[in-house]
Design a protein around this ligand. Structure first.
Ligand SMILES: [Zn+2]
Ligand SMILES: [Zn+2]
Length: 269
């Protein structure tokens, strides 16, 4: 089996992404309750006990809420950086294994992660570059801007899952208070559809087989707006699969290197 990547759900009410190889099952972020994690994994015929590790990108609730529960209830080891560990009130020796920015985390012979720092409000957030037998994939959410370093890593990935959080017009015209709007739009906020499209147009090339837009705001975005903005900017350079992962996932799995995702029959349950 090649690397299988499945978003169990993405958005401000919870994020978790499953990575499966022949040797390990690793979860990126655990923003769902224990019960909800169990339910979503069961749709893939897995149990929480089947997880070998959880890597947490940053301390915000929608990425970390279920991590400690999963660790205590099912004995799953947690990996995170020092800031996330201390913001969550965890013990860096007994509760988790610390990683450093750009320090490779090896889970098995066929899976490693490289945490790449991204700017995000009052958090030491990282995007994950996943390596599997010479192929790379990326899962990057919760960032207001991007660095040349991130661009360089994304340019080498055959699969990219990237946040497309809000539509500019909908956010501005929507009900959020002005201060919150400014925070979301700031350098350390979230990526708009337009920004996601601009970043993807920098990094997508013939080697990019699949792109997933994720962490869409339910209030300030619509899947068709994100999709059309991104397609407009990359259609001349990208002929792979463009999909959208929503809060209610999992909807599909990508096998890294292959274009077509596998749609899950259990989607929309
Ligand atoms: Zn988030
Ligand atoms: Zn966040």
């Amino acid at each position: 089996m090649t690397l299988q990547l499945t978003h169990l759900g993405t958005g401000s009410r919870g994020n978790a992404t499953l990575l499966r190889t022949d040797e390990v099952n690793v979860l990126l972020d655990c923003g769902f309750s224990g019960k909800e994690l169990e339910r979503r994994l069961a749709l893939l015929e897995l149990k929480p006990e089947d997880l070998d590790a959880i890597a947490v990108s940053h301390h915000h609730n929608d990425h970390s809420k279920g991590a400690l529960i999963a660790s205590r209830r099912w004995g799953i080891p947690l990996h995170m950086n020092f800031d996330t560990c201390s913001r969550l009130g965890l013990d860096p020796v007994n509760d988790c294994t610390l990683f450093e920015a750009l320090g490779r985390i090896e889970f098995s012979d066929d899976l490693s992660l490289l945490p790449v720092p991204v700017e995000h409000e009052n958090a030491d957030n990282v995007g994950f570059i996943i390596s599997h037998r010479g192929e790379r994939a990326a899962v990057v959410t919760d960032l207001g801007s991007w660095s040349a370093e991130l661009t360089r890593h994304l340019g080498r990935c055959t699969h990219i899952s990237l946040e497309a959080n809000y539509d500019h017009g909908r956010l501005l015209g929507g009900p959020y208070p002005d201060r919150l709007k400014q925070r979301i739009m700031g350098r350390g906020g979230h990526l708009s559809n337009e920004q996601a499209a601009a970043l993807l147009s920098e990094v997508c090339g013939p080697a990019t087989r699949s792109v997933v837009l994720c962490h869409l705001s339910e209030q300030n975005n619509q899947p068709h707006l994100a999709e059309s903005e991104v397609l407009m900017s990359i259609e001349n350079q990208f002929d792979g699969d463009l999909s959208i992962s929503l809060q209610s996932g999992p909807e599909f799995s990508h096998y890294i290197g292959q274009v077509e995702p596998e749609r899950l029959s259990s989607a929309h349950v």
